[in-house]
Design a protein around this ligand. Sequence first.
Ligand SMILES: NC(=O)c1ccc[n+]([C@@H]2O[C@H](COP(=O)([O-])OP(=O)(O)OC[C@H]3O[C@@H](n4cnc5c(N)ncnc54)[C@H](OP(=O)(O)O)[C@@H]3O)[C@@H](O)[C@H]2O)c1
Length: 342
Amino acid sequence: MVRVVVVGATGAVGTEVLRILEERNFPVDELVPVASPRSIGRKLEFGGAEVEVAGLRPEVFDGADIAIFDVSEDLSSEWAPVAAERGAVVIDKSSAFRMDDEVPLVVPEINADQVRNRPKGIIATPNCTTTAMVMPLAPLHREWTVNRLVVATYQAASGSGQPGTDELWEQTQLAAKEPEAVREGRAGDVIKGGGTFVHPLALNVLPKCGSVREDGYTSEELKLCHETRKILGIPDLKATATCVRVPVVTGHGVSAHAEFDSDVSVDRAREILAASPGVELADDVDNDVYPTPLDAANQDPCFVGRIRKDLFDDRALEFFSVGDNLRKGAALNAVQIAELLL
Ligand SMILES: NC(=O)c1ccc[n+]([C@@H]2O[C@H](COP(=O)([O-])OP(=O)(O)OC[C@H]3O[C@@H](n4cnc5c(N)ncnc54)[C@H](OP(=O)(O)O)[C@@H]3O)[C@@H](O)[C@H]2O)c1
């Protein structure tokens, strides 16, 4: 009898969690969807039946085997320990516990063994952009040992949850009705920012994801660097990133420059990546084969292509990877972790 509680079941990630539990025939005997007070009583489809959304109370975790948290950092910080105390193994999608030494940060294809090491009863899953990058980076690291990483990201609106997706759709529809304004540089008069994103996102790119820290880096950029170090087990990895929001609904892209301890080979990199579970090679640029967010949306693997050697450094590779931020970047990774617990 497996009882699974999904906290945030009505959100962008939570909705995907329910879908993936069904798709993968996860053996759920009882599913308890939990959301904010405004969703209590709402009926969700699951396993051919309707399940009713419950409110967030300590009692919902009684008798739960697994609690998958798809809510904000603040809610996870407060409620994940409550769920763990009541006996559930918590799989948390927020950033609340990712850098906690007593909480493993797990990508099953890379460090599945870490799930057993959970003194707090909590397992964290990485930021969606980190996942899209470490999936191809980890096998290359195993071959040549990475020591330096310079990354630029192209992050989809849905990375900011359902409100981010809704905002991009609204802005895109408004912009499509006003081509003159867009052409004349007055797009900002038609599509206003100020909701999830400060500036208009439609027909634009925003080189700031997350909040800004004292050193000028954003929270998203620091997450990418710190989480990569933890997952790969390289605390002193020199990593730097620029995170950019782009007008894509789903699918985060990452352009990476990775320096290694020894000389690299593009052919060997392709061979390694083609054989890596959860990674799909899309690297035939002469025939216009390379990863794009539209191709990656609703897909399980992370796609990697544009693999080439640095023009000036025989130990450095460039690559571009894309992963569905809601699936492998969040919900799928969590369900894969849950499968390891069975
Ligand atoms: N989106 C991504 O690509 C992505 C990827 C990796 C990790 N994450 C992380 O996953 C978490 C969820 O993100 P999301 O994108 O799914 O956000 P979202 O679409 O905004 O969904 C938030 C969920 O939290 C629920 N909620 C809000 N207040 C609540 C309360 N007081 N009690 C119980 N539930 C409450 C909402 O319920 P209502 O519907 O009732 O408001 C909704 O189900 C975040 O920590 C995010 O950083 C997101």
